[in-house]
Write a protein that binds this ligand. Structure first.
Ligand SMILES: *Cc1c(COP(=O)(O)O)cnc(C)c1O
Length: 371
């Protein structure tokens, strides 16, 4: 069997070990310590966010963001339908109601027009949504001018699920810094990783202070253990934050490598009219976490996927929209078929920053031989 080519595998430099060793040497092997604080400061510097709380996962960060905005049982939270389930699950942890919104064709992210239509419709139903949870899918920024204008017009705060989009920018501003709160993930398949982990960022330091408080069991200020709120065990450990510090140092290199993958595929398939790519609109800078292609039909997509699988090359259909998921399909959805169609025809190609030119050439050869 050929060596497996993965969709997106961890890419460590070795420098991470310097920070991890420091943690061992100083016995800071806990969910606090100098790497935790250092990683938070460095994320703030990188994104220009005013504050950061590093956490056990991106999912935990989304959960805390919802809690910080006061989302409770039966509140409505507007949410992108075309995403990974981890965006939506925390809405249900709070027993709130997700209201799914369709994608638009340029970026595949939440369509502003439908967002506004849904808000009007919900308000007419005597219930104003409490938050808008948008996703920058596959590292592509959403249409932020339009979305923030709607957020302002209706006074509904935005949470950005930038789990896939760290380092991406919209008009030179970092994703995650537009809304009240932004979320990153450092899971093993993301563009940089702490093996598992996440972060919450905000320009309002009170949010991140509160997030850290809730993430460490909500301990009141007292010599004994005193609690007046429900707490969580959601803090990132000092060991993992050490890995994160090493990874953040090379984030820009990782983005460059992933963008190169995208350009490679695009050039290789330029003569195949059954394959197309998502372009960056003017002012959008994607980190190209995954290179995605759109084919002309479900059959073509499957043909490519199965041919790659035969060569031990991992590829994957695009996210199955949340309004089609058995666990979420009872909730209101404002859709027009766009994301259903993307799901049918789209495929994620191997996109790791550690792919060799040989790997890439092999993938291209397998695909080109089908046309
Ligand atoms: C990975 C991911 C998450 C969850 O992050 P974890 O760190 O794995 O909990 C949330 N939303 C999106 C869009 C993701 O891709």
């Amino acid at each position: 069997m050929n060596k497996k080519i993965w969709l997106s595998s961890p890419h460590l430099t070795g420098e991470e070990q310097k920070y991890v060793k420091e943690a061992f040497d100083t016995n800071w092997v806990a969910p606090l310590g100098p790497n935790v604080n250092g990683f938070e400061d460095e994320i703030c510097t990188y994104t220009s966010a005013k504050s950061c709380s590093v956490l056990s996962s991106g999912t935990a960060a989304i959960h805390l963001a919802l809690i910080l905005l006061g989302i409770e049982e039966n509140d409505e939270v507007i949410c992108s339908s075309f995403t990974f389930s981890a965006t939506v699950n925390p809405i249900r942890y709070q027993k709130a109601i997700p209201i799914f919104i369709e994608s638009e064709k340029d970026t595949w992210n939440m369509r502003p027009k439908i967002l506004e239509k849904a808000i009007k419709d919900r308000i007419a139903n005597h219930k104003k949504p409490k938050a808008i949870l948008i996703v920058h899918l596959y590292g592509m920024p959403s249409k932020m001018d339009e979305i923030m204008a709607i957020s302002k017009k209706y006074s509904i705060p935005v949470i950005e699920d930038a789990a896939e989009a760290i380092g991406a920018t919209y008009k030179n501003k970092a994703m995650g810094t537009f809304g009240k709160l932004g979320v990153f993930s450092f899971n093993g398949n993301k563009i940089i990783t702490t093996s598992s982990g996440g972060a919450l960022i905000s320009n309002d330091p009170e949010y991140c202070e509160k997030a850290t408080f809730l993430a460490t069991q909500a301990r009141d200020d007292a010599p004994h253990y005193q609690h007046s709120q429900i707490g969580y065990n959601y803090r990132m450990s000092n060991i993992l934050a050490g890995i994160g510090r090493g990874q953040l140092e090379v984030l820009n290199d990782r983005i460059e490598a992933r963008r190169k993958n995208y350009n490679f595929y695009k050039k290789e398939f330029s003569k195949i009219n059954k394959i197309s790519f998502v372009e960056e609109p003017e002012g959008f800078y994607s980190n190209r976490w995954l290179t995605t292609i759109l084919t002309d039909s479900f059959e073509t997509r499957e043909k490519i996927r199965l041919a790659l699988e035969k060569e031990n090359i991992e590829s994957r259909p695009l996210w199955k929209p949340m309004h089609l998921q058995p666990i979420f399909n009872e909730f209101p959805a404002y859709i027009d078929g766009t994301s259903d169609d993307l799901f049918q025809r789209g495929l994620c190609l191997p996109s790791g920053s550690n792919l060799s030119l040989n790997d890439l050439k092999k993938i291209a050869t397998v695909i080109k031989s089908l046309f």
